[in-house]
Design a protein around this ligand. Structure first.
Ligand code: AMP
Length: 190
């Protein structure tokens, strides 16, 4: 199955995607990780996007679309992807549907992790101590949360209309969230 996991920065998308990928034998496609890899490897793309990412803004839709198509087009990942951090706006949501259609695939489930700004600030501070990401400081975290708030509602509405959306309480502990997600996936009937 193809799953989209959606939520603000610090909601636990990465942690839960890894858990889901392992338990259900899916491939975790994290656009944030792919973009950070470009920056770490000092590629041409990496140098173009670093100031955007470090300002908490979104990289252009075309750039991210090219990155994800490389995975969607691979037979090995067919109908086996968890999209972590994509789509982030309505244009990307529509583009994802079109790309999946092109490769005879579809989205089965969208998980929306809901978390308050106060929790985001605390989690990002904790992650900063562990991972040292350049965009994990309080100012950028607030900007990323605001970027999310600006573009998330149309995406939520888009998936709600298609009956794909399941809201998950992202305020609970990692294990509780994993359990809630497992319950949703196990109860899924395509
Ligand atoms: P994440 O690891 O998902 O928190 O993403 C980190 C950063 O990468 C975001 O704040 C954006 O700057 C960029 N990014 C990740 N995914 C996308 C996307 N789908 N569209 C545009 N920018 C993205």
């Amino acid at each position: 199955m193809n799953i989209v996991i959606f939520g603000p920065p610090g909601a636990g998308k990465g942690t839960q995607s890894k858990f889901i990928a392992k338990k259900y034998n899916l491939y975790q496609l994290s656009t944030g990780e792919l973009l950070r890899r470009e920056m770490q490897n000092n590629t041409e793309l990496g140098s173009k996007i670093s100031s955007i990412i470090n300002n908490g803004e979104l990289v252009s839709d075309d750039v991210v679309s090219d990155l994800i198509e490389k995975f969607i087009s691979k037979d090995a990942f067919k109908q086996k992807i968890i999209f972590d951090g994509y789509p982030r706006n309505l244009n990307q949501a529509i583009n994802l549907d079109n790309l999946l259609k092109k490769y005879n695939q579809k989205i089965d489930l969208v998980l929306n992790l809901s978390v308050k700004l106060q929790t985001v600030k605390i989690r990002i501070q904790e992650r900063q101590n562990q991972e040292n990401r350049a965009d994990d400081n309080e100012i950028t975290a607030i900007k990323r949360y605001q970027t999310y708030e600006k573009s998330n509602q149309p995406v939520i509405d888009y998936y709600k209309q298609r009956n794909l959306l399941k809201v998950v309480n992202g305020e609970s502990s990692i294990n509780q969230i994993s359990q809630e997600i497992s319950g949703i996936i196990d109860g899924f009937k395509g």
